[in-house]
Design a protein. Structure first.
Length: 282
């Protein structure tokens, strides 16, 4: 069965559409309809949400950090933005009961500390009034502000779909790999790199017995990765509000030096040692 991939772009604005925001609403609906719903989290957010029919991904992970406007511009898609009073309503019922277009003051953004441009307000208000005056059977007819909310959301969705389609087509034309097979750009880059590997070349390489001197040379100088060691100021003696354990050693001597080691960078070094090495770290 084919899976429909749905891409959502993280936008650093009040109206962001990333999986972390949508997950509380999306997951319960999917779990009601499907027995197998898989969730992949990363960096405190949702990396992927999938079920037998759909897989939701974040298009933001297929590009450099960028806003929705810049993402559309990068892919040659003209943006059709409008306005919505994010903080004017507190429930769906309030939006449904809003028949006329809201006042200009209601579009003030507490997050940005500013209102929308008045010319944008006039254009949006005129469009709403035009659609409100249409016949009842007209497909563009608006009867309440719920209709405007649907219209506003589609102004973001349709251009984003075109931008994702254009971006992925460009990737496929250049590398011959469909990015929708991946969850992020790093994985896509890895697949592109492996695709260029010579299939007739050996899968691995090692020094033969005649080259043991070269192997020993490498192993003797194998010290792991970069270890950053900092010398920080430690003269905190006599200062109020500073815990004693951060000023004095158990024997009463004041600390004079702090050192920080990256243990992840010591993996290669420890491979040189005979195991088990020690009872542990002291």
């Amino acid at each position: 069965m084919s899976i429909l991939h749905i891409f959502l772009l993280t936008v650093i604005t009040l109206g962001r559409y990333d999986l972390t925001v949508l997950a509380p609403y999306l997951l319960p609906e999917l779990q009601l309809r499907y027995d197998n719903v898989n969730v992949l989290k990363k960096d405190g957010g949702y990396f992927s949400i999938s079920c037998p029919l759909f897989q939701f991904k974040d298009a933001y992970r297929f590009t450099s950090p960028v806003s929705l406007s810049k993402y559309l511009k990068q892919n040659g898609v003209s943006e059709k933005k409008s306005i919505f009073p994010y903080t004017a309503f507190h429930s769906v019922e309030e939006i449904q009961s809003q028949i006329t277009f809201p006042e200009y003051s209601q579009f003030y953004s507490e997050l940005k500390g500013a209102n929308v441009d008045f010319s944008e307000y006039e254009v949006a208000r005129a469009e709403y009034c035009r659609r409100q005056d249409l016949p009842d059977n007209h497909p563009e007819k608006m009867t309440s502000f719920v209709d405007w909310l649907k219209f506003y959301n589609l102004l973001d969705t349709a251009p984003l779909a075109k931008a994702v389609d254009t971006s992925f087509k460009n990737f496929f034309e250049i590398f011959g790999i469909d990015p929708s097979w991946c969850l992020s750009l790093p994985r896509f880059a890895q697949m592109c790199m492996l695709k260029e590997y010579d299939t007739e070349a050996p899968l691995c390489y090692s020094f033969n017995s005649k080259m043991e001197i070269v192997r020993d040379l490498f192993r003797e100088n194998l010290m792991g990765g970069l270890v950053n060691v900092y010398h920080r100021m430690t003269d905190l003696t006599g200062q109020e509000g500073v815990p004693r354990v951060t000023q004095y050693a158990p024997n009463g001597d004041p600390f004079t030096r702090l050192e920080f080691f990256d243990f992840n960078s010591l993996y290669l070094y420890t491979q040189k040692l005979d195991f088990p090495s020690t009872p542990g770290y002291i």
